[in-house]
Design a protein around this ligand. Structure first.
Ligand SMILES: [Zn+2]
Length: 291
């Protein structure tokens, strides 16, 4: 499942391909739950418009159009947004069948899973949104139209501070991991990065959020920024098994410390990595390093 780093990498690849170009045509698949805005309304609203900017809000991408409208894009479980002739992010192997590797994206032509094709003016390839399981979303918003999906989001996880975490955790009895996954508290953290950051900060996922100390909040904020940043810099390779389009792994091989490593020895102390359900999510931690 695409998390913040994958969405950020997608943003960096797509922005130069989209911004400043106009949409001469928008091809869509048949109406389905993928479309929050129906395909015909979408086509009318987007065709002929120029893309002014592309930004990320948590795990959402927002394409700003020259008439002030915004196109909201969410990758869901298996969504892939990429430029024709180029490869973008490789998703986790667990994401399921039907997702394309970066090498397959490079020689791709639209198939039945391609829900949007942005035909663009000027130099460069068209842009595809492909999603075999259709948990992705597309929605066209007016300039000032409220959008619950965006409006409820907390500050972006890439810039999280200890003060923010501490304020959010105060008096909370629920698990600290649940707090990290709450998009209204912090936008962009998913299961993998929550587990990895909690390991680095030496905090058990199930600890009551309100019982995390000031020093631990410092360590946790630092750990979150660091795992996310490192994953972006290495093209996702450190955490999410991303392989670069040429098949090479990223140079920085941090690897997963705890996520999906239950039963294996902890790289720091040798204790067996444990696994339990916290905040309704599968969680991994070292019972010796984390308290
Ligand atoms: Zn350990």
């Amino acid at each position: 499942m695409p998390e913040l780093p994958e969405v950020e990498i997608t943003l960096r690849k797509l922005r130069p391909a989209l911004v400043g170009r106009s949409v001469s045509a928008l091809d869509t698949s048949a109406n389905s739950y993928f479309f929050v805005t129906p395909p015909n309304v979408l086509k009318r609203g987007v065709e002929g418009r120029r893309a002014v900017d592309l930004v990320r809000r948590g795990k959402y991408l927002v394409l700003l159009l020259d008439d002030g409208r915004r196109l909201l894009l969410h990758l869901g479980m298996t969504g892939q947004l990429f430029v024709a002739g180029e490869g973008s992010v490789e998703l986790l192997p667990t994401t399921g069948r039907g997702t394309l590797k970066p090498s397959q994206q490079q020689r791709f032509s639209p198939d039945k899973h391609t829900h949007l094709v942005f035909r663009l003016t000027g130099d460069g390839g068209d842009v595809y949104f492909r999603d075999p399981r259709k948990f992705g979303k597309v929605q066209l918003l007016g300039p000032r139209q409220p959008c619950e999906r965006l409006d409820k989001l907390g500050p972006d996880a890439l810039g999280v501070t200890a003060e923010h975490l501490r304020a959010a955790a105060r008096g909370r009895r629920g698990a600290v991991k649940g707090l990290l996954l709450n998009q209204a508290v912090l936008a962009g953290v998913g299961n993998i990065y929550a587990d990895e950051a909690l390991f680095l900060a030496r905090i058990r996922p199930g600890r009551a959020a309100g019982r995390v100390t000031r020093a631990e909040h410092e360590a946790l904020a630092q750990a979150l920024r660091s795992v996310l940043q490192r994953s972006i810099e290495t093209g996702g390779s450190s955490i999410s098994d991303y392989v670069h389009p040429d098949g090479q792994r990223g140079s920085y091989q941090l690897g997963r410390m705890v996520y999906a490593r239950a039963g294996e020895p902890c790289s720091q102390c040798g204790a067996t990595i444990a696994h339990r359900t916290v905040a309704q999510r599968s969680s991994h931690y070292c019972p010796s390093c984390q308290r």
